[in-house]
Design a protein around this ligand. Structure first.
Ligand code: SF4
Ligand code: SF4
Length: 147
């Protein structure tokens, strides 16, 4: 079963999960992340990595209220593939807060990789691999064949 991010992630965003995902299945909202259930390969790495136990497998009872939210918002929010410093400074204060969805959930998208200060730095250092767009890759191959 796919990994599912629960409301425990809201206002925490520690990003450990993103760093271990082998298929870049995380998407960033303004104050939480979600997992794309189609892309997730059920490895469980993020379940282990999350310091606040915010991720569960889809067949666990805790996952049920959040299955639809992960599927819906992973189609709307931008992909995030590395820790770009998104963790709020006050994350620890919200770790044990109950009812975070009702209090703080935001449907607005986060910045994803593109908006990350770290992403900007890495893009300029490594534009040929991880951060290159699909179109960029195709153009580079075409240019190489043309020579
Ligand atoms: S590690 Fe846990 S709290 Fe941090 S972003 Fe991932 S799911 Fe959210
Ligand atoms: S279970 Fe594995 S593949 Fe799925 S989101 Fe977590 S780390 Fe990525």
């Amino acid at each position: 079963m796919t990994g599912v991010v629960t409301d425990a992630c809201i206002k925490c965003k520690h990003m450990d999960c993103v760093e271990v995902c082998p298929v870049d299945a995380f998407y960033e909202g303004e104050n939480m992340l979600v997992i794309n259930p189609v892309e997730c390969v059920d490895c469980g790495c993020c379940v282990e990595a999350c310091p606040v136990d915010a991720i569960v497998f889809g067949d666990e009872p805790r996952a049920k209220p959040w299955l639809e939210l992960n599927a819906k918002y992973s189609a709307l929010w931008p992909n995030v593939t590395f820790d770009g410093g998104q963790t709020p400074a006050d994350a620890d204060q919200f770790q044990a807060v109950a009812g975070k969805f009702e209090l703080y959930f935001s449907p607005r998208p986060g910045a994803g990789d593109i908006g990350s200060p770290v992403g900007v730095a890495r893009t300029s250092a490594c534009s040929r691999c991880h951060d290159e767009t699909a179109l960029g890759k195709i153009m580079r191959i075409v240019r190489r064949l043309w020579r």
